[in-house]
Design a protein around this ligand. Structure first.
Ligand SMILES: [Zn+2]
Length: 132
């Protein structure tokens, strides 16, 4: 398993540019976490990101480091849990995990579907570091 630091190094070597999309998501996450932490030092933040958010995990990790740099959250690691996109067919009830954003039932071909999961952007837990 790669640490966030390793991912960031790998990212810079390949010339990753942090994308605006990921930066915006990281800013939103940082605001929620800062409110929750209320001044305490944060060790780790876990987030659920739905597949339909079309987030690139490496770009998200890199953006996180940029967003928290020189803030009270600096040093906090971001753990990303990618939630699969699942739709349910209104016609036959079949559930399909989407591999691409085509909202069609694989059993009967109906386009009348409801999205069950995949739109998440949730901070699921925040680990606060013990005071030194
Ligand atoms: Zn169906």
């Amino acid at each position: 398993m790669l640490s966030v630091g390793a991912l960031a190094c790998q990212g810079s070597r390949h010339g990753y540019a942090a994308r605006v999309h990921e930066l915006a998501i990281c800013s939103a996450i940082a605001q929620i976490v800062e409110r929750t932490a209320a001044g305490r030092r944060v060790a780790c933040v876990r987030v659920d990101i739905g597949h339909l958010r079309q987030v690139v995990p490496d770009a998200l990790s890199h953006s996180w480091e940029m967003v928290v740099f020189a803030t009270s959250l600096e040093g906090a690691t971001l753990e990303i849990h990618d939630v699969p996109a699942v739709i349910e067919c209104r016609a036959c009830g079949e559930r399909t995990e989407l591999t691409e954003p085509v909202f069609r039932c694989t059993a009967c071909g109906s386009a009348e579907t409801d999205v069950l999961t995949g739109n998440e952007m949730l901070v699921t837990s925040v680990d606060v570091a013990r005071p030194d």
